[in-house]
Write a protein that binds this ligand. Structure first.
Ligand code: GRF
Length: 220
């Protein structure tokens, strides 16, 4: 069994990804221990989820700080004080300053609800719909100093249907987020991730050259 990696989960909202991580740990599918759940929003429902499972929480109000760096320093200090090794951004709606990224270089993971590098930024499910793509999905990546730009760890693909709404596509993607985020953290816990330039090498991952998706289907 791998060691229990001490992680800090940063949230701003409902925390369904946090819940998926908690559930994976409790199901013993994820060798991690949540040292703290930290939110920049006092009313983030994810804080309640954490408390329901006896996990320490911390609210740090970014509005109380004079600069992004000052807020980030307070967050980094909190994470270090709790012994956090890996930082997990699970719907944390703040850009990180270089100070934060350097403090946890290649040890910050983010989940993004699109197939990066397509559709970085905000409102990406609607933008994917507007663009008419046939597939979208989600991406877990290491965080670098550019927004949604760091080395990709794992992706899941979902189809986009003609009658999709932003809500229906978001729900389809979110379901996959809950599968791949715990998996990415587990790969880290198993020490199977190596960053090489902008690529992440996953040791021991099987390769299936037959795996293809076509939408609309070739045969009806
Ligand atoms: C997810 O769609 C995630 O990809 C994005 O923010 C949303 C967070 O959802 N970064 P939740 O708070 O985990 O429910």
């Amino acid at each position: 069994m791998a060691r229990q990696v001490p992680i800090g989960v940063l949230i701003s909202g409902s925390g369904t990804n946090l819940q998926a991580i908690i559930d994976a740990i409790e199901a013993k599918n994820l060798d991690a221990k949540i040292a703290v759940v930290l939110s920049n929003k006092a009313d983030a429902y994810g804080l309640v989820r954490a408390q329901n499972h006896g996990i320490d929480t911390q609210f740090i109000d970014h509005k109380k700080f004079s600069s992004r760096e000052a807020f980030d320093r307070a967050v980094v200090d909190t994470l270090r004080a709790r012994g956090v090794e890996l930082v997990v951004l699970a719907g944390f709606m703040r850009l990180l300053s270089p100070l934060f990224v350097k403090a946890y270089s290649n040890r910050i993971m983010n989940i993004h609800p699109a197939l990066l590098p397509a559709f970085p930024g905000l409102h990406v499910q609607q933008r994917a719909l507007d663009h008419g793509v046939r597939f979208s999905g989600c991406t877990v990546h290491f965080v670098n100093e550019e927004c949604d730009e760091g080395p990709i760890i794992i992706q899941a693909v979902v189809p986009v249907f003609a009658d999709d709404t932003e809500a229906s596509l978001s729900a389809r993607i979110l379901k996959q987020e809950h599968r791949i985020f715990p998996r990415a953290i587990q790969l880290y816990a198993e020490d199977r991730l190596r960053v090489a330039g902008r690529r992440v090498i996953v040791s021991g991952a099987p390769q299936d050259g037959q795996l293809t998706l076509v939408q609309p289907p070739l045969h009806e």
